[in-house]
Design a protein around this ligand. Structure first.
Ligand SMILES: NC(=O)c1ccc[n+]([C@@H]2O[C@H](COP(=O)([O-])OP(=O)(O)OC[C@H]3O[C@@H](n4cnc5c(N)ncnc54)[C@H](OP(=O)(O)O)[C@@H]3O)[C@@H](O)[C@H]2O)c1
Length: 320
């Protein structure tokens, strides 16, 4: 008999969607550490994926989830191609709004509890930040609208379900902002970054732990799970550069207007979408300050992007 598996979700079956994505890769081990049995759902068959299904396909999604009969579903799958959705809003309708409705219906049929991951991009960012959970959403992009429809589907299906909005996620080996900053610094020796876009940078590892805590408390309604504080893209980029051992002055400020003249993007981003965690904090769930989280993560990024160097030796190599 083994006594080594203990934890707050011991004995529960937890289905994680988007298991192969940026957040999912932290979420699966975090749920496993909680003692639960994890079922990892991905869009395609791959190593570490237990169930492969397109959640936008209603029949396939409902069958797949019902056959697992989960106690808890943490829905991290989404179409996150913000500009792609602006060009073709159908992708957001199907990958976010409809897929989430399918997940909500199937979880309800299985009498499980659902946490769906949401986004700061449901807010316009033109004045109300930092946004508390009850601030009125008013998305300015097709992605934001599709994620707001997903939220509505979740809470219409069962008010005991939860939506956990997060923002500016980074972590792992996929594409994210701190990785782009260090890659460009390494390859081009300097980078221009907008200083008039603000938000809540959030380490996916911290979010994964907070989602597990939320699953334990079975909190219902809307939550904001982000690292504490607020940063501009420029501040986050400079901090990332500094922690990696680059001269922070290699990160140069520009305005969003100037950036968009050079690199036009179809989707508008909120100017300040900083989120305030009030409701999860009241349950005892809060994430550390964003600067501490970046400090924890950047050494992993340096090991990945600048192998053979330490943060301290990067300055000597290419940091100037
Ligand atoms: N990234 C951010 O900055 C950010 C900010 C705020 C909120 N969020 C939210 O946080 C959550 C996790 O984001 P993330 O950064 O981990 O995104 P991600 O890396 O793009 O991962 C999303 C995963 O969902 C899968 N997926 C997409 N459509 C699917 C479908 N129809 N059926 C089944 N699986 C599907 C994708 O599979 P493939 O890889 O095979 O396509 C991918 O593995 C999402 O809800 C996102 O909206 C993200």
């Amino acid at each position: 008999m083994s006594f080594d598996r203990v934890g707050p979700l011991l004995g529960q079956r937890v289905l994680v969607t988007g298991a192969g994505g940026q957040l999912g890769r932290y979420l699966v081990p975090a749920v496993r550490r909680s003692g639960a049995t994890v079922i990892a759902l991905g869009l395609r068959a791959a190593a570490g994926i237990d169930v492969a299904v397109d959640l936008a396909d209603r029949e396939a999604a409902v069958n797949a989830i019902s056959s697992v009969s989960p106690d808890v579903v943490i829905h991290a799958a989404a179409c996150t191609d913000v500009d792609g959705i602006e060009r073709d809003p159908h992708r957001g309708d199907s990958g976010n709004a409809w897929a989430t409705r399918n997940v909500a219906d199937a979880t309800s049929d299985s009498r499980g509890y659902l946490i769906a991951v949401g986004t700061d991009m449901v807010f316009p960012g033109d004045g109300g930040a930092p946004y508390a959970e009850d601030a009125p959403p008013a998305p300015i992009s097709a992605y934001g609208r599709s994620k707001l429809e997903a939220e509505t589907a979740v809470l219409e299906t069962d008010p005991a379900f939860a939506v956990a909005r997060t923002a500016w996620l980074y972590g792992g080996s996929g594409k994210h902002f701190p990785r782009t900053v260090l890659s460009v610094l390494r390859d081009r020796g300097g980078i221009d970054v907008v200083d008039d876009e603000r938000g809540s940078p959030t380490y996916a590892a911290d979010l994964a732990d907070a989602l597990v805590q939320l699953a334990v408390t079975r909190g219902c309604g809307v939550f904001h799970l982000v690292n504490e504080g607020s940063a501009s893209r420029f501040t986050l980029a400079r901090e990332t550069a500094r922690l990696a051992g680059f001269n922070p002055d290699l990160v140069r400020p520009i305005s969003t207007e100037e950036f968009l003249k050079r690199y036009p993007l179809p989707a508008r981003r909120p100017a300040d979408s900083t989120l305030r965690n009030m409701r999860a904090a009241a349950l005892g769930i809060s994430l550390r300050d964003w600067r501490e989280a970046v400090k924890r993560y950047v050494p992993h990024l340096v090991a990945d992007l600048l192998p053979g160097t330490t943060a301290a030796s990067t300055t000597a190599m290419g940091g100037r």
